[in-house]
Design a protein around this ligand. Structure first.
Ligand code: CA
Length: 238
């Protein structure tokens, strides 16, 4: 019998708690609920959940403080939920080590996709099973070949420049997960690189011209406005 993943929902709004609990119960997860930050901290210690869904606006403390404290001793996957549409909160949460975020209101499919990706990334050292096993990542008609350092569309080399390839390769390694502009810049150009997003935007525009049928409606790499980029997840990967 499959052991169900335990998911701790830290949320003070009853209706959202009920929604998430119901969705999780009917998709083979084992949900539990904490309504305050203090309750969350004691439940994390006593129940060892497999993942935490963390609301940022709690009655007794800021969800970001819980995250900061947790990250000092644990890499347990955390998906942050925020009613705030402020991009800064999402970036702060990701920089503090959150695995992903959901903005209220969100739907069932989005919730489940974020949970699956966060659990999978924590359990696979490379971040992506496909890449670890085959050295390639395929989604739709696009394949990233990590051995040949090429991106192929329908088997044809899309002829990316080195920087463009490295950007796509990085996103593919973390497919399904949003990567912040700062994280991408540090990974590609080192810790001292300037935090200017303009170079990323230029590269991304060129990449999309080469790999997307319609660059205005990308299917492979999505822009998370004000936050970063996310590579589409392969359907047979979940
Ligand atoms: Ca709240």
């Amino acid at each position: 019998m499959k052991i169900r993943d335990k998911i701790l929902i830290v949320e003070d709004e009853q209706s959202i708690c009920n929604f998430i609990s119901t969705v999780l119960s009917s998709h083979d997860y084992d949900p539990m609920v904490a309504r305050t930050g203090a309750e969350a901290q004691s439940m994390i210690a006593s129940h060892c959940p497999d993942l935490i869904i963390l609301d940022l606006g709690l009655p007794d403390m800021d969800g970001l403080d819980i995250l900061r404290q947790l990250r000092s001793w644990s890499s347990l996957p955390v998906v942050v939920v925020s009613a705030r549409s402020h991009e800064r909160d999402k970036v702060d949460a990701l920089d503090l080590g959150a695995d992903d975020y959901l903005t209220k209101p969100f739907g069932t499919d989005e919730l489940l996709a974020r949970i699956r990706a966060a659990i999978r990334h924590t359990r696979t050292a490379s971040g992506n099973d496909q890449v670890a096993q085959s050295g390639t990542y395929t989604v739709g008609e696009m394949t990233i070949d990590y051995n040949k350092h090429q991106v192929l569309i329908n088997g044809v080399n899309a002829k990316l420049t080195l920087n463009e390839y490295r950007l796509v390769a990085l996103l593919g390694k973390y497919a399904g997960k949003v990567l912040t502009y700062d994280f991408i810049i540090r990974e590609l150009w080192g810790p001292r690189a300037s935090g200017d997003n303009q170079i990323l935007r230029v590269n991304m525009a060129n990449i999309r011209r080469k790999i997307e049928k319609n660059p205005a409606e990308p299917r492979y790499i999505f822009t998370e406005v004000g936050v970063g980029y996310r590579m589409a997840e392969s359907e047979n990967d979940s």
